[in-house]
Design a protein around this ligand. Structure first.
Ligand SMILES: Nc1ncnc2c1ncn2[C@@H]1O[C@H](COP(=O)(O)OP(=O)(O)OP(=O)(O)O)[C@@H](O)[C@H]1O
Ligand SMILES: Nc1ncnc2c1ncn2[C@@H]1O[C@H](COP(=O)(O)OP(=O)(O)OP(=O)(O)O)[C@@H](O)[C@H]1O
Ligand SMILES: [Mg+2]
Ligand SMILES: [Mg+2]
Lengths: 221, 221
């Protein structure tokens, strides 16, 4: 499903540069549930953004489902992102003037489904994360953990084959976190959803089949 | 220092309304370190926003340092917020086109200090949260946990007497969380900084002298 070979990411900043990823080799099989841990600033989000085709590596190869990603054109990358990958952002990235329900429905807008069917799927996705009573709230009318759950619902609504989740329980209490992790576990087992999840909480990483740790842009464990 | 009496907060939404806080009685003494826990959506941020003079209760009284807050005029509330209260927001609220250092310095802009002295204090505040090497980065050039720490540095730079922190370690790994909690503990003990901190992690709440739990807008423990 995923193969990263000697991936490096260098940011230009001012007159200098900073090497955020320093040679990552990683394989993720279909249906795997992988957790990524590591200190603040160690490169986790940078790695996830490359996996999600939101950013390009400076050096190295990324092979996704047998195809080298650097060979995909702009339209193909956008299509992959929309149809096959669900992404939960560390800072949610919800649309501000749009309700929870419309935010959740967004990935379906490009699909061929009827408006009524799309709305129903968005409803179901919000219900799965416990937010049926908050469908019409705008992001400013939602708590932090509710915004986070809308972001999760949006990432899952299009039934992606790969879910990339950046700290999906960072703003959730213990019980709500467990509900979300039970949902992800169920999707991983029943639908073979491949999951790569960043978390800094060991109890959350424990739901994954395997955990890797980043330090200074390298995998150390 | 803080006395809340029968505080209620009702939000208007669409044709109806939602009671987010349903009769809160709370006293916080000077120099206390209080943790607030509770499920996602239970009213924690709403309560903290009222404590921080960012929002007004619908009913009830808030007495801060002996003065009833509803009797303060707009200028007095702004002065209180800037001079006496430090606030760490759940979603950080950093200025996008402004460096980490300038973001940290912002509360001092209204003070009487010289520009050079202000810059030095902001530098120290960033150093205290481990971000000396990131002074010139914009928020988009910072990791999630680094943005969170800039928000903490900004809240502390003006040496407030009251710190209100909404999930200050939500995006931090265990070790960085401990460094931040050690910093807050030190300020609480050495400078008698009064702290009210929302957290969903029991290991973080353990640093506080007392913990209260919210459920459906009421204190239950
Ligand atoms: N402007 C608003 N209009 C309507 N409802 C609102 C508004 N702001 C918040 N709410 C609702 O009030 C409730 C409490 O929100 P609050 O942000 O205080 O929760 P919280 O305890 O901080 O949750 P979390 O742990 O998820 O951050 C939530 O159910 C939320 O949907
Ligand atoms: N656009 C950028 N320009 C320069 N440096 C950057 C940029 N984006 C990120 N960085 C730096 O790259 C490093 C890795 O960032 P990344 O967001 O991947 O960390 P992270 O492991 O997700 O951290 P956290 O746990 O705090 O979210 C950080 O030190 C950050 O300051
Ligand atoms: Mg990150
Ligand atoms: Mg909150």
């Amino acid at each position: 499903m995923i193969r990263l070979e000697r991936i490096e990411k260098e940011y230009r900043i001012g007159e200098g540069s900073f090497l955020a990823l320093n040679g990552i080799d990683l394989t993720v099989g279909k249906g795997e549930f992988l957790a990524i841990t590591g200190a603040s600033g160690s490169g986790k989000s940078t790695l996830l953004n490359i996996l999600g085709l939101l950013d390009r590596p400076t050096r190295g190869r990324y092979v996704l489902d047998g195809r080298e990603v650097s060979s995909l054109d702009k339209a193909e990358r956008a299509h992959h992102r929309n149809r096959f990958i669900g992404f939960v952002f560390q800072s949610f990235n919800l649309l501000a003037r749009t309700s929870a329900l419309e935010n959740a429905e967004l990935p379906l807008v490009y699909s061929n489904a009827e408006p009524a069917a799309r709305r129903e799927r968005a409803r179901k996705s919000l219900a799965d994360v416990g937010l049926s009573s908050r469908e019409n709230h705008l992001p400013t009318q939602l708590s932090g953990g509710q915004q986070q759950r809308v972001a999760i619902a949006r990432a899952l609504v299009n039934e992606p084959v790969l879910l990339l989740a950046d700290e999906p329980t960072g703003n959730l209490d213990t019980r709500t976190s467990e509900e979300i992790m039970d949902l992800l576990t169920r999707l991983n087992r029943e639908r073979e959803l491949t999951i790569v999840m960043i978390t800094h909480e060991p109890s959350v990483a424990a739901y994954a089949g395997r955990t890797i740790a980043l330090r200074d842009g390298m995998i150390v464990a």
